[in-house]
Design a protein around this ligand. Structure first.
Ligand code: EPZ
Length: 419
């Protein structure tokens, strides 16, 4: 199994190019099932999760061709026959659930293995199923599978108890061909939802968002295959902003959507990080003294839970006391014991972590427990004195394209080795 070896203490300089968003690309790849034609996802991030959902579609009969030079992922879903995807593949990644909506829309049925637990929480799908039932889907759960069947899909008004990203995406994709109109209230507002809506509308859907945030989908007859470039990855952007701040460096980040990073920028400015934001790039100057802040993760446009671990690494090295409250997932503090191995001073109290800034981190051996926790450990290693070894880095490869190459290009001393 691979490891990252980091020699801490280097300042960073130069430019980094952000990849397209994992959490946009996954629902968009699932949505290609709806058109039954050829689609090309341009600039597709070459991530483990992207390969897993590609394998999932292939196991159902789709043709997938990835051009590693151009980053284009060509998908032809015209020959999908199998509506019961491989259970092993489904359990590999939570994003697999995003095929339920497209499958019920195109084939009127699906049978998919129930979610395995995942490190950061139980990850239920009750809100996904509530929405599908409202559209007329008959849901059966048993023997570790969830099965859906619908002879006809009828638009309905659906109120989400929680603005679940995945449930919003699945319900949108389940209603694109439904008769009449579907209204999703208390829908998730993440930028990746807007990207999916743009992708579906370019394919010929009729979806719009009103000022209350509700999403209205008018059923159409057919969708066509298109070429599409997803938005940049706001979480990768935030991760590199923290890399600059934690190493007290000045770098340029190419590939941003200002609106999608606003919630994070507000918090970084509160800490005293200097940023100059342009149309498609930003310059971050992390060389000045930073201030401690309190953070509460919330659904968009709140501070993103996917940035919680990374900013915790920064706050551990920021003089003063900070408090982070994680309101989205019930078990997203697994990076805390690992950060303590560097010398961090963190006390967990229920959903909150109280962080007292320390003067230095000492390099050590740590283990990535999940995707964003792994990113937090890299950030800690960049500033730790001496050598840091990070194992189980397959978690990190799920969501970051060649992160060690991008960091090395900025001057960090980080290598990927075979364990
Ligand atoms: C998406 O997960 C993202 N993944 C996650 O990113 C992200 O953390 C999360 O949204 C929140 O922003 C992808 O887009 C592939 P949710 P998702 O449904 O859709 C509860 C990363 O690091 N819930 O908004 O699974 C659930 O338990 C990953 O890139 C229900 O109770 O998130 C959780 O507490 C991690 N019932 C909360 O809602 C449901 O039916 C948020 O879940 C669905 C969710």
């Amino acid at each position: 199994m691979n490891k990252f070896i980091i020699k801490g203490g280097e300042t960073l300089n130069g430019e980094v190019n952000i990849s397209c968003a994992k959490n946009s690309v996954l629902p968009i790849i699932a949505a290609t099932i709806l058109c039954g034609e050829k689609c090309t996802i341009k600039n597709c991030p070459m991530l483990l999760d992207v390969f897993v959902i590609g394998d999932l579609l292939k196991s159902m009969g789709a043709d997938i061709d990835i051009d590693f030079n151009t980053g284009d992922m060509k998908i032809d879903t015209s020959n999908i026959k199998n509506t019961e995807p491989d259970a092993e593949l489904v359990r590999k990644m939570r994003g697999s659930f995003l095929i339920m909506g497209p499958m019920i829309s195109r084939y009127g049925k699906f049978k998919i293995s129930l979610p395995g637990g995942c490190n950061i929480g139980t990850r239920p799908i009750d809100l996904h199923l509530k929405g599908l039932k409202a559209l007329g889907v008959d849901i059966k759960i048993g023997h570790g599978y969830v099965e859906g069947k619908a002879s006809k899909l009828l638009g309905d008004r659906i109120y989400l108890d929680f603005p679940s990203v995945g449930a919003t995406e699945n319900i949108i994709m389940a209603s694109v061909f439904a008769e009449g109109e579907t209204i999703i209230e208390n829908a998730a507002q993440e930028p990746e939802i807007d990207d999916l809506i743009d992708f579906l509308n370019e394919m010929g859907s009729d979806i719009k968002k009103i000022e209350t945030g509700a999403i209205i989908i008018k059923g159409v007859k057919k969708l066509r295959g298109i070429k599409y470039r997803p938005i940049y990855d706001r979480i990768e952007t935030g991760t590199f902003i923290i890399a600059a701040a934690i190493t007290k460096s000045k770098i340029k980040i190419n590939g941003i959507e200002e609106k999608s990073i606003k919630p994070m920028i507000a918090k970084f400015c509160e800490m005293g990080i200097n940023m100059e934001i342009n149309e498609k790039d930003l310059i971050i100057d992390g060389r000045n003294e930073l201030r401690p802040v309190d953070i509460k993760t919330m659904p968009y446009p709140g501070f993103p839970t996917d940035m919680q671990a990374q900013i915790m690494s920064l706050l551990c090295c920021t003089k003063g006391t900070s408090v982070i409250t994680e309101t989205i997932f019930e078990n997203r503090f697994m990076h805390v014991p690992e950060l303590k191995r560097f010398g961090a001073n963190i006390k967990i109290d229920g959903r909150s972590a109280v962080i007292m800034g320390v003067n230095e981190f000492l390099g050590c051996s740590v283990r990535a427990t999940d995707l964003r926790a792994g990113a937090a450990l890299i950030l800690a290693g960049l500033v730790a004195e001496g050598e840091t070894q990070i194992s189980d880095i397959y978690h990190i490869d799920r969501g970051y394209v060649n992160i060690e190459k991008k960091l090395r290009k900025l001057g960090a001393k980080i290598e990927r080795t075979k364990e």
